[in-house]
Design a protein around this ligand. Structure first.
Ligand code: CA
Ligand code: CA
Ligand code: CA
Ligand code: CA
Length: 308
């Protein structure tokens, strides 16, 4: 299915959305689920290109001001109708850059196992000196493996929202970090700041997409039409990157410092996020954790039997 003949489908989805779970994009971080990348937010001032824009910033593990968040709101209708999935990334300043969230839908791989490639990207062009429109765009990965920074690219795209749309601010916002949107600042937590990397006020890049559209893109544009619908309980993991040119990943990779081996896979680099359900607020336990829990259960059962 090409991008063009996907449009009528998306349009019909838009006009049939009856209940709306729109998310307040500038709400406090306490309303969001903080997600670590490689066990942290990211490093500071670790951009690849000669530009200070697009630096993903945040506290180390366990901090109060992390760099990457998600949020889910159900529209109350059947299935994913009216549901929204939102992302928020903290960047060092409001310079012009392009943000990409890579999404791997878990367990849509070959029957022999779980795939680890990125199924699609959602991009947001931002920046207060941005002469282009602040589009929110879905991207179909290119024909490369899409399992590492070096093997990732784009092919087709579908522009979801344009900066000129009258309702754009409902879908995408670039807002300075303040006590309004950062709960650590609001609560005056020790060490909290609106400028983690020391170059002036940090900014939140926040955007949301309707789950019905995300699902239509996943099934249609990316050629996953044989797979189940993406719903609130669908498991997924994320990578976060920025770019200064909008055509390849040339700036910051969430979770790794400036110098790293970009031929290593996202998972070997440790910068794929943990797995979350679309609406999850904590990671899905990994199979090994289930095994450990089962082990404790068996041991506990044996202890009970011994006591009898
Ligand atoms: Ca960074
Ligand atoms: Ca800053
Ligand atoms: Ca996948
Ligand atoms: Ca980085």
């Amino acid at each position: 299915m090409t991008t063009r003949n996907l449009l009528p489908l998306l349009f019909s989805l838009l006009i049939t959305s009856s209940a709306w779970g729109v998310i307040a994009l500038n709400g406090p971080t306490d309303d969001w689920t903080a997600i670590e990348l490689g066990g942290r937010s990211d490093f500071l001032d670790d951009e690849q290109a000669q530009s200070s824009a697009g630096d993903i910033v945040g506290d180390d593990i366990g901090g109060n001001q992390l760099g990457f968040y998600k949020q889910y709101e159900t529209g109350g209708a059947a299935g994913n109708a009216g549901d929204f999935l939102a992302f928020r990334v903290r960047v060092g300043n409001d310079g012009k850059a392009h943000l990409y969230i890579g999404v791997d839908i878990i367990s849509d791989g070959p029957a022999t196992g779980t795939d680890t490639d990125i199924d699609f990207y959602i991009g947001f062009d931002f920046g207060n000196n941005n002469s282009n429109q602040d589009n929110i765009t879905f991207y179909n990965p290119g024909s490369d493996l899409n399992v590492s920074p070096a093997t990732s690219s784009f092919s087709s795209e579908f522009v979801y929202k344009q900066g000129s749309d009258l309702d754009f601010s409902t879908y995408g916002q670039l807002t300075g970090v303040s006590s309004t949107n950062d709960s650590a600042l609001f609560n005056s937590l020790p060490g909290s700041t609106n400028d983690i990397n020391g170059d002036g006020q940090d900014y939140f890049v926040s955007f949301q997409v309707e789950m019905s559209v995300l699902n239509a893109v996943y099934l249609g544009m990316t050629g996953n039409s044989g797979n189940p619908d993406i719903t609130a309980s669908t498991e997924m993991s994320f990578v976060v990157t920025t770019s200064t040119n909008g055509s390849n990943f040339n700036q910051d990779f969430g979770g790794v410092p400036k110098d790293f081996d970009d031929t290593e896979t996202w998972s070997d680099l440790g910068i794929s996020s943990s797995t979350y359900t679309a609406d999850g607020t904590s990671p899905v336990p990994e199979p090994a954790t289930y095994a450990l829990l089962f082990g404790f259960f068996v041991m506990g059962f044996a202890a009970v039997r011994r006591r009898r």
